[in-house]
Design a protein around this ligand. Structure first.
Ligand SMILES: [Mg+2]
Length: 190
């Protein structure tokens, strides 16, 4: 089968790096992941931290760490399936910095990375689509009704109303557990 897997906050702990940058800048307003749970007023200083991180080519490969078990999860999935690592970007193409980060932490998988413009992930047809953004999963389900969609749990995607309107499997629930071992077990059993 063909499996398309998102990179940020699925295989790489991107938001963890942004939180570290923020908490070093705004020591009086430390945040953790669970503060980022869906629609909200941005905490003080958060947007500035986000922009300083994403506007900087050097920070991403230096600060972003892999999710626990990411490389092993990919190796297990690749033993049975064709994998594409599909990562979207906005006005600036950030594929090169993500590629550098993957080369640093999991070089055996870095060649699978494909960059695409935000909102265009559905152009890559797959049997299984893995992401952490409900909007990406909803778009993918609209374009490929026969694909299985998998959401890797993060605080910002815990929306029961979305889960009732799309066909999605939820893997991993606990903060700090990105659900990757569960993803590997489920996919290698198919
Ligand atoms: Mg993501």
């Amino acid at each position: 089968m063909k499996v398309v897997i998102d990179v940020d906050d699925v295989l790489l702990d991107t938001i963890g790096a942004v939180l570290r940058v923020h908490n070093s800048r705004c020591a009086g307003h430390p945040l953790n992941r669970s503060a980022l749970n869906g629609p909200r007023v941005a905490p003080p200083g958060w947007l500035r931290s986000v922009h300083s991180f994403y506007d900087n080519d050097e920070m991403y490969p230096r600060l972003v760490q892999p999710m626990p078990g990411a490389a092993d999860t990919l190796a297990a999935i690749r033993s049975k399936h064709d994998v594409v690592l599909l990562s979207a970007f906005g006005s600036n193409d950030t594929t090169a910095r993500k590629s550098k980060c993957l080369e640093r932490h999991m070089p055996e998988h870095a060649g699978l990375l494909v960059g695409c413009v935000k909102g265009s992930k559905a152009k890559w047809k797959a049997d299984v689509f893995v992401d952490d953004q409900i909007s990406n999963i909803t778009d993918y389900r609209s374009a490929h009704r026969d694909a299985v969609t998998v959401c890797i749990d993060q605080p910002w995607n815990q929306d029961p109303s979305a889960a009732s309107t799309i066909d999605v499997r939820w893997l991993g629930v606990v903060e700090g557990n990105p659900g990757l071992p569960a993803l590997a077990r489920w996919l290698t059993a198919l």
